[in-house]
Design a protein. Sequence first.
Length: 127
Amino acid sequence: MTYHLIGQAAMVVHFLFLAFMAVGGFLAWRWPRLIWAHLAVAAWGVLSVITGMECPLTVVEDWGRRNAGEQGLPPSGFIDHYIEGVVYPEEHTNLARLAVAALVIVSWAGFLRLRARAGSPPRITRE
């Protein structure tokens, strides 16, 4: 039972991690200190895509599932098992990656714009 919970918890954290990767920059508009965490998460995303490095959360989930007597994740990993072919067709993987990259870039641009505006003097308007 404990191994099952470990596997399930790793899966949930992994989904949250991916969601934060996509929209964390927008959350930083409200909570600016989150931008540093989002920068780290985005860097990990780029690194894992470029190098094919396996995510530690995938390893933990697979370990928990196997030790619970369940079928482990396929060698292709978490995203291939839960996301590709489920959320979007497999042949659109690069498009999905570009969409997430675009979200990150737009969120960072908005963050920088908001930070610049916060540092500028207030505008005087005529009534």
